[in-house]
Design a protein around this ligand. Structure first.
Ligand SMILES: [Zn+2]
Length: 188
């Protein structure tokens, strides 16, 4: 049985993997076409719960990344060798453990809420606990934080979009062949 389950998109759980496009910090697609959004079952359950909470507020959750093969982590490390934003290849990423997600919120028209910076903006403005952001941005980030905390995730200090299971370190890294299998069995 696989360690990963594919995430099913719905009206209130949208999936747009940023690393399958050129719109990411590597500036080119680093996932194969048809790459699946996948997580360990426990993290998937929390994500569905978060999407349910978002729907109650007439919002949707947009997933930008979930399971990430270790090889992709190496590509990012070559672009930004800064451990505040990218896990060093030697230590791995909680994305590679299958228990971390990058997410934002969409309004009822499908427009992304203003979070002050873009996803993957590696700067201080992306940190939580900033006191120099507009009130609307603070509200949006706090809304996302509340939804994700309530669903069982925890934040990290440097990225408003990144959430992971509190016991992430307890999970082993998942080999890349798992992701390849997810890609080749693609149904979406
Ligand atoms: Zn992340």
């Amino acid at each position: 049985m696989s360690d990963l389950v594919a995430i099913a998109a719905s009206d209130n759980l949208r999936i747009a993997l940023a690393y399958a496009t050129a719109d990411n910090l590597a500036g080119r697609p680093v996932y194969a076409a048809g790459a699946r959004c996948a997580l360990r079952p426990k993290a998937a359950q929390c994500l569905y719960q978060a999407a349910h909470a978002a729907r109650q507020a007439e919002l949707s959750l947009l997933v930008l990344d979930a399971y990430r093969p270790a090889g992709v982590q190496d590509v990012f490390w070559q672009v930004i060798a800064d451990a505040r934003y990218v896990a060093a290849p030697t230590s791995g990423s909680n994305h590679t453990r299958g228990v971390a997600v990058d997410v934002t919120l969409l309004d009822s028209d499908g427009q992304a809420l203003d979070m002050g910076t873009g996803f993957d903006a590696m700067c201080e403005q992306s940190h939580h606990d900033r006191d120099d952001l507009p009130a609307a941005v603070q509200r949006n980030r706090q809304l996302l934080l509340g939804i994700m905390l309530h669903a069982g995730f925890r934040p990290i200090t440097t990225e408003w979009w990144h959430y992971e299971l509190p016991d992430a370190q307890q999970y082993a890294f998942i080999p890349e062949h798992e992701m390849v299998r997810m890609i080749t069995s693609s149904i979406c």
